[in-house]
Write a protein that binds this ligand. Structure first.
Ligand code: BMA
Length: 291
């Protein structure tokens, strides 16, 4: 259902940069100030993930890329790396959730002022770990309160869970909202992909799903605007699957994995890692993607 850009991959590793010499992949992406911003996971010689930054004026062609990482591990909770960033604008701040990989793979959470981000002052503030010690990943947050509370979706294997907060720091009332579906492309586990995008009929939620043979695909769900636990649609078939060489062969084969999407001119742009090695984009007109 999504159309892959013919110029994929749009970003590849740079062998001369030790921190991103091996792979650049799963990236947060959002559109602000007339540009598509991409915060991507990179790995180099030491096998530790850090985040790099690139941007594009048309969403397809990268016309800016920084030579140094903009976010790196800085304590024992993330000693083995920071992975899979997802960024959402709330008021005058960007919230970034990521996987903090240390003894366990848990959720990390930071914020940065919009003005600081756009001016490349990488002041991310205090690092928080809202579910201490829990094997928990793939967080996406809704950009506005629903019935007075903030809402995140996250993944404690193999399900997608919802949790709520009054203050954006303490999360409670967790519930499973989506489960893997037996004998299908989403049999083994599922997890949140891009932060949900608001469309007139609901929250458009792209998630990833893993089958028994470890192939990663993307699925689509629509969540009721005023009820974070009501799934009003879930695609029977994947909306993206690995079939190009750059998705089938890489650091981990047969993977498409998204952490970011936005709508521009009625078109959905989805950024994704191909085979844990390169960054790609796929798009579709909004009215084509929803049945
Ligand atoms: C998941 C995460 C992703 C990765 C995927 C496929 O568990 O680690 O970052 O893209 O596996 O290897």
């Amino acid at each position: 259902m999504l159309e892959k850009f013919e110029g994929n991959p749009i970003l590849k590793p740079i062998p001369e940069n030790s921190w991103e010499s091996r792979c650049v992949f799963n990236c947060a992406s959002f559109y602000d100030g007339g540009r598509a911003h991409i915060v991507y996971r990179a790995m180099g010689d030491d096998n530790i993930s850090r985040f790099g930054y690139a941007s594009s004026s048309d969403g397809f062609h990268i016309d800016e890329r920084l030579p140094q990482p903009i976010f790196s591990p800085d304590n024992e909770f993330e000693a083995k790396g920071c992975e899979d960033p997802r960024i959402t604008k709330i008021g005058q701040e960007y919230f970034m959730f990521y996987t903090a990989f240390g003894e366990t793979a848990q959720i990390g959470q930071v914020t940065i002022k919009v003005d600081d981000f756009l001016n490349k002052r990488w002041d991310w503030g205090k690092r928080r770990y809202p579910f201490p010690g829990v094997n928990n990943k793939d967080v996406v947050i809704l950009p506005e309160r629903i019935n007075g509370r903030w809402v995140i979706y996250h993944r404690i294997p193999p399900h997608i869970w919802v949790s709520y907060s009054n203050d954006l720091h303490h999360w409670r009332d967790s519930n499973i909202i989506m489960m893997p579906r037996g004998n299908s492309w989403e049999k083994l586990k599922i997890g949140g992909g891009a932060p949900p995008v608001k469309v007139p009929r609901g929250w458009l939620f792209i998630y990833h799903a893993v089958d028994e043979t470890k192939i990663y695909r993307l699925g689509l769900a629509l969540i009721a605007l005023d009820d974070p636990e009501m799934i009003i649609y879930r695609s029977r078939e994947p909306i993206l699957e690995p079939d190009k060489e750059y998705e089938r062969e890489g650091d981990v084969p047969n993977v498409v994995f998204t952490c970011g999407a936005f709508v521009k001119c009625e078109r959905l742009f989805v950024y994704y890692g191909g085979a844990d090695k390169v960054i790609c984009v796929a798009t579709q007109k909004l009215d084509e993607i929803l049945p």
